[in-house]
Design a protein around this ligand. Structure first.
Ligand code: PLP
Length: 409
């Protein structure tokens, strides 16, 4: 089907909620996607941190097709081995606790809000402190939790009970704690807000603050999790931080995106002793922990371990980051800053002095012409969220395409 025919179908039949780029993709393999006209693109956006093993990975194809021969769906009225095994594998990555399976990031975060409400219910505490520039999903509670006015516009009155503090600023959190506060929720690296990593000092301070005030510390690991930073969750890099207290652990963690590598699945982990707060009848979802999704997610975790893809994320992340820093030196009038961790990196662009108020969109579009996909993050940041199994020559190709584009841009 031609791009123009697909566009017509979308215009006529698909709700126009996304600002889509005029591209129609029909095939993917490894780090590449092909559009309907046969043009190849290097995928450095990874479906916004989803395609953790690239496209059409043969081992994931095998896992999915084998599972499809035996059991597709099994209601949560019953149990099946795959859900239990995946829960065990996830708990093993984090710590003592239990898992609930959902279908998306926003839905996983909903679980965290409900957990917090249950936790504070007897004392009448319900407020959750989140952060400016954060992003927690598009449900009604999700947009209220999100610290960005643009996702809230026109949907008021907003779901109540969220306060927005300044990221990496402990004082700002402290100022918002009231007798109604029950939890603090943050992303380890703000993704949609422009690739802002939480500092180790901030995380350790938050843990202390939460302990002092008996608040739950909720971690949104939807975009920054699943070994993207070289660690299952980015806070685990604290263990490698010399002066850091190594006992940092959130009370709950939400996951989605890379967890299923493109097959929809979400989850949240709840630390002991809080894992009894959501008891029978308190929470549920039809598809959560579906056998097909669990088979893919389990295989992904195995492959990451078998092939040391956490180490590859660190190595390829350093290679990409070094290359981006070189481009910053080469194009100081265009690149203001490079930031992020592992394979979650962003370049902050300067305004070109003309009327263009969103240099990120302009660069992303120019890169499309060169055959590379990246993700804008707000008006000034372009994100790189490639697959964890990316190879050195593919990182170099991305840097070459970016250099070529910047020299013409
Ligand atoms: C940090 C974070 N939380 C939650 C979400 C929402 O996830 P989903 O789109 O799967 O609902 C996103 C999506 O971009 C995200 O980046």
């Amino acid at each position: 089907m031609k791009h123009s025919e697909v566009t017509e179908l979308f215009e006529n039949h698909v709700l126009q909620t996304y600002g889509r780029f005029p591209l129609t993709f029909v095939k993917g393999k490894g780090q590449y996607l092909w559009d309907s006209e046969g043009k190849r693109y290097l995928d450095m956006g990874g479906g916004i941190a989803v395609n953790i093993l690239g496209h059409a990975h043969p081992d994931l194809q095998k896992a999915l097709s084998e599972q499809s021969q035996t059991l597709w769906h099994c209601s949560n009225l019953y149990q099946h081995p795959l859900q239990g095994e995946l829960a065990e594998a996830l708990v093993h990555q984090i710590g003592d606790g239990k898992i609930f399976f959902s279908n998306s990031g926003a839905e996983s975060n909903e679980g965290l809000y409900k957990l917090a409400r249950r936790y504070g219910h007897a004392e009448g505490r319900h407020e959750i402190i989140t952060f400016k520039q954060s992003f927690h999903g598009r449900t009604l509670a999700g947009i209220a939790a999100t610290g960005q006015a643009k996702v809230q516009e026109g949907f008021g009155p907003l779901f109540s009970g969220f306060q927005h503090a300044v990221f990496n600023d402990l004082r700002s959190v402290e100022e918002r704690i009231s007798p109604s506060t029950v939890a603090v929720m943050l992303e380890g690296i703000q993704g949609e807000g422009g690739i802002h990593p939480a500092t180790p000092e901030f995380l350790l301070g938050l843990r202390e603050l939460c302990d002092t005030h008996q608040l739950l510390l909720l971690w949104d690991g939807v975009q920054c999790g699943h070994y993207r930073t070289g660690f299952f969750q980015s806070f685990q890099s604290l263990l490698h931080h010399q002066e850091a207290d190594t006992s940092f652990l959130p009370d709950a963690i939400s996951m989605a995106k890379s967890l299923g590598g493109g097959f929809p699945i979400g989850a949240f982990w709840v630390r002991q002793p809080f894992s009894t707060l959501l008891g029978p009848g308190s929470h549920g979802t039809t598809y959560g922990g579906n056998p097909l999704a669990c088979s893919v997610a389990s295989r992904i975790l195995q492959l990451i371990q078998e092939q040391s893809l956490d180490q590859n994320a660190l190595k390829m992340g350093s290679r990409l980051q070094e290359g981006l820093h070189k481009l910053q030196l080469q194009f100081p009038d265009k690149i203001d800053e490079v930031r992020g961790m592992g394979l979650m990196l962003g370049i902050v662009l300067r305004n070109d002095g003309a009327t263009d108020s969103a240099p990120s969109m302009a660069l992303v579009k120019s890169l499309h012409q060169e055959g590379m996909l990246t993700i804008p993050s707000g008006t000034h940041v372009v994100r790189f969220l490639p697959a964890l199994n990316i190879q050195p020559h593919e990182v170099d190709e991305a840097l070459h395409l970016l250099e070529h584009t910047l020299s013409k841009h």
